[in-house]
Structure formats: C-alpha cells, structure tokens
Design a protein around this ligand. Structure first.
Ligand SMILES: C[S@@+](CC[C@H](N)C(=O)[O-])C[C@H]1O[C@@H](n2cnc3c(N)ncnc32)[C@H](O)[C@@H]1O
Length: 249
C-alpha cells in the first residue's frame, strides 16, 4: 500500500485532487449562498478589505471578489492557491503561507476562517497563537468569522464507517472521537494504487473556542449554528463565531 509521507496530515491531504472530490458538495453554490448572507449582514462595501485565512481553492473569497469587493486569500496548499489565482482578477492578492506564521503588510476589516480550517495543531497554545496573529492582521474593531464544527452535533451524529462514492474513487471512511481529537481515516484506490489519508481536528467544544477567542482579545458578538445564520444550539451542524477585535486598553 502506498502511504503518502507528509510532515503533518494537513500539508498533504488538502493539496490532492481527492480532497476536492470527496468534498465536492462543499462547492461554489454553498459558498455563494453563505457569502451573500454575510455580505448583507455586515453590509460589506468596496472600501473594506476582507481576508480569507485557509481559503482553500478560494471558493468564498472569489465570491466576494465577484461582488466587486476587495478579497484576499492565504492557504498552505500551493495547488489551492494556484487554483484560486487562476480564477481571480487579482492573482497578487493570494499567497501561500502557514497560518502559524501568518503575517502580511496590510491590515484587514474582516478575516474569515471557514469550513473547519482550525483545530489542526497539537497544542492549545498553537491555536491561540494563530488567533493572536489574526488579531494582528485586523484593524481595531475588525471582525473575525470563525466557522468550526459543532462538537455536540458531531458526537451525536457520528457515522463510524461508510463508503462515499466520488468521481475519482470510492472513499472508505472510518471516523472516531476521543477526548482530544475527531479523526477521519480515508482509504481508497486510484488507478490501481492504494492511498490512505487522515483528517484530525481537535475536539474543541464551543465553550473552548469562546474562551480562546476571549483570551486573545476578541469579543463575541454573534454565535450562529449554520450557513443560514440561525442561532447556535446543541443541535446545530456548525459553530460559527463572529467576534470583534478589542482595543488593548
Ligand atoms: C477544510 S479546508 C477548507 C478550505 C476553505 N476554507 C473552504 O471552505 O473550502 C482547510 C484548508 O486549510 C488549509 N490549511 C491547513 N493547514 C493550514 C496551515 N497550517 N496554514 C494555512 N492553511 C492551512 C488547507 O490547505 C485547506 O485548504
């Protein structure tokens, strides 16, 4: 069996076409609907700069750009950034960077971190450092939208084993949860070769996230539970915090 050797799971998996195949329902249509609601809610205008951190192939930031707003994107995956650049009028607004080293010459009015692009690191401190770096990139009173999974929902609805058909392959999925991690093992064959990947996300409860955000100088102003901006509850599929950067004094 061919096992891809990578330093960390998130450096390899998201750079493959298989990730996009397995998650092909997380598409431009879903992004378009969510961005339309965010745009209305925040009243975004052309003078504001909006950065999507862990932007993937740019499906959200490109929707923002289509609205003639100023969208930027950063991601660790070179392939994803190249895809985004190829669809953007402003290729220079996209860059490859690890969020643990996140920095940029600009400051932004809004930072987005969408579809569980957080929780990949071993320690709480690494996650707090990322939130602090995001804070440094935001203007005072700037807004971060952090879209994470809802742990209560995941625990209640966990499907341990299933096969998900894709266009490139059929994906064998094994999911598990422990105190620390939500894990998904993904194995499949493609052109006669066997592949194995895993996704591992920290089992952060919404209270953990709230505590981390507040400790990093953010004030929670909304807590949504889905992409239609309904209020969060234990039954919600998502945990979407809207937080505002506070002054240091
Ligand atoms: C679940 S995907 C979501 C992508 C995008 N936000 C979306 O909704 O389609 C997570 C993204 O985070 C990126 N990522 C993972 N670890 C990262 C890191 N340390 N620094 C920057 N980006 C990272 C991956 O390359 C991937 O594109």
């Amino acid at each position: 069996m061919q096992v891809e050797k990578t330093v960390s799971w998130f450096e390899g998996w998201f750079n493959t076409p298989f990730y996009h195949d397995l998650y092909r329902h997380r598409d431009d249509r879903e992004a378009n609907q969510f961005i339309a609601l965010l745009c209305d809610y925040f009243g975004w205008n052309e003078n504001q700069a909006i950065l999507d951190v862990c932007c993937g192939n740019g499906r959200h930031a490109l929707e923002i750009e289509k609205r003639k707003l100023s969208a930027w994107g950063v991601d660790l995956s070179q392939r994803n950034i190249q895809l985004a650049q190829s669809n953007s009028e402003f290729p220079e607004r996209w860059w490859v960077q690890d969020i643990r080293k996140l920095e940029h010459g600009h400051t932004f009015d809004f930072v987005l971190n969408l579809f569980t692009s957080f929780g990949y690191f071993d320690t709480d401190q690494e996650h707090m450092d990322v939130l602090s770096r995001v804070g440094d990139l935001l203007k005072l009173d700037g807004i971060l939208v952090l879209d994470f999974l809802n742990l209560d929902y995941v625990v209640r609805n966990l499907v341990q084993v299933e096969v998900i058909p894709g266009e490139l392959s059929n994906y064998n999925i094994h999911r598990s949860i422990n105190q620390q991690w939500i894990s998904k093992d993904i194995s499949f064959e493609y052109h006669g070769r066997k592949y194995q990947y895993c996704e591992k996300v920290r089992a952060f409860h919404h209270n953990d996230l709230r505590q981390m955000l507040e400790a990093c100088g953010f004030k929670v102003i909304r807590h949504w539970g889905d992409y239609s901006l309904n209020d969060h509850s234990e039954q919600s599929p998502r945990c979407i915090f809207v937080v505002q950067k506070q002054s240091n004094d």
